[in-house]
Write a protein that binds this ligand. Structure first.
Ligand code: GLN
Length: 277
C-alpha cells in the first residue's frame, strides 16, 4: 500500500475517535516514518498501525508525539504535565498587556507551572524578564526545567518544587497561575484525551473546582511587588466565584479577558491599596 492509501485508510478509522482524522493520520504517519529514520528498525507501517490504535484508544496526538506547540514555542510533554491549551494563551496575552514595555526587567512567578508554558511564553517576549515556576510535582519541575533549557531560557527561568507560593519570600511584578479547576465529579465525563491523559492533580479543583483558587488567593497578595498583578486562568463560569475569593484575599479585579471562543478565560487582579473595587 502506498502512503496516500495508508493515510486514507487510517483517516477512515480515526473518524470514529477524532475530530481531525486526516490531520491526525498525516502527523502520525510522519512520526512513524521519522522514528524509523532515526534508528528504530521497526517497519514504518507496523509502527503507524500501533500509533493509530493508541489514538483510537483516546490518547491525544500531542501525548503520542510527546510535544505541544504553545505561543509558537515547542514544548516537550511528559505524563507529569498538563497538555498546554490554546485557551491559556489568553493568560499570556493579559500578562504582557499589563506588564507593558518590552524592555521591562520584570520578575514573573508561575504557580503550578506544569510544562512551564506560561512562564516561558512570557519570558520569550520580554528579554529583560526572569522568573520562577513552582509545582508540587517533581516530575513537572523537571519537565519545565528541560523545556526552559531547550528553548534557551535556562538562565532566566528557575523551577522549584513547592506548595503554591508558600515557601517564597520574594515579590513579583506578575504572578501567573492556571490552577486545576475542574470539579472532581466532572472529570470522569471529560473526553478521554483529558480524563485519562492529563494528570489528575492538574485537573482536579476539589469538590466545586475552586480549591486551587482558594489556596492561591489566600496568599498571593504578599507575593506582589508594588504595582504588581496576578493573572489567573478561569474554568468556564468561574469568574464571579474567583473574584469573590480574590476580594477576600485583599485583591481587586482589574480586568477579565475572553478566549477565542468568547469564554471568560482569565482575570487580572491587583492588591487593593486603598482602591475601591
Ligand atoms: N483546560 C483544561 C480543560 O478544560 C483544564 C485545566 C485546568 O484545570 N486548569 O480540560
Amino acid at each position: 500500500m502506498n502512503r496516500a492509501a495508508r493515510i486514507d485508510e487510517a483517516a477512515r478509522r480515526l473518524a470514529a475517535c477524532s475530530g481531525t482524522p486526516r490531520l491526525d493520520a498525516r502527523i502520525l504517519w510522519a512520526h512513524a516514518r521519522g522514528a524509523v529514520a532515526t534508528g528504530d528498525d521497526d517497519e514504518p507501517a507496523g509502527r503507524f498501525a500501533r500509533l493509530i490504535a493508541r489514538r483510537c484508544a483516546g490518547e491525544p496526538v500531542s501525548r503520542i508525539l510527546g510535544r505541544r506547540e504553545f505561543w509558537s514555542l515547542d514544548f516537550a510533554l511528559t505524563p507529569d504535565v498538563l497538555d498546554p491549551r490554546p485557551d491559556s494563551e489568553t493568560v499570556v496575552e493579559a500578562a504582557l498587556a499589563h506588564l507593558g514595555s518590552r524592555d521591562r526587567e520584570a520578575a514573573v512567578l508561575d504557580l503550578g507551572t506544569g510544562s512551564g508554558c506560561l512562564l516561558l511564553a512570557v519570558l520569550s517576549e520580554l528579554p529583560g524578564a526572569w522568573g520562577v515556576g513552582i509545582d508540587k510535582s517533581v516530575g513537572a519541575c523537571r519537565a519545565a526545567r528541560e523545556n526552559a533549557g531547550r528553548l534557551g531560557f535556562g538562565a532566566r527561568a528557575h523551577f522549584v518544587v513547592g506548595d503554591w507560593g508558600a515557601a517564597l519570600g520574594a515579590r513579583f511584578d506578575a504572578v501567573l497561575c492556571n490552577p486545576p479547576y475542574i470539579a472532581e465529579r466532572d472529570i470522569a465525563a471529560l473526553a478521554p484525551e483529558v480524563a485519562r491523559h492529563d494528570p489528575w492533580a492538574a485537573l482536579s479543583g476539589g469538590e466545586d473546582g475552586l480549591d486551587g483558587y482558594r489556596a492561591v488567593l489566600a496568599g498571593v497578595a504578599r507575593l506582589l511587588a508594588p504595582g504588581g498583578f496576578a493573572v489567573l486562568e478561569l474554568g468556564q463560569g468561574q469568574g464571579q466565584a474567583v473574584s469573590a475569593l480574590a476580594g477576600a484575599g485583599g485583591l481587586c479585579t482589574l480586568a477579565s479577558n475572553a478566549d477565542l471562543s468568547g469564554i471568560e478565560r482569565c482575570v487580572v487582579l491587583q492588591t487593593k491599596h486603598g482602591i475601591e473595587c
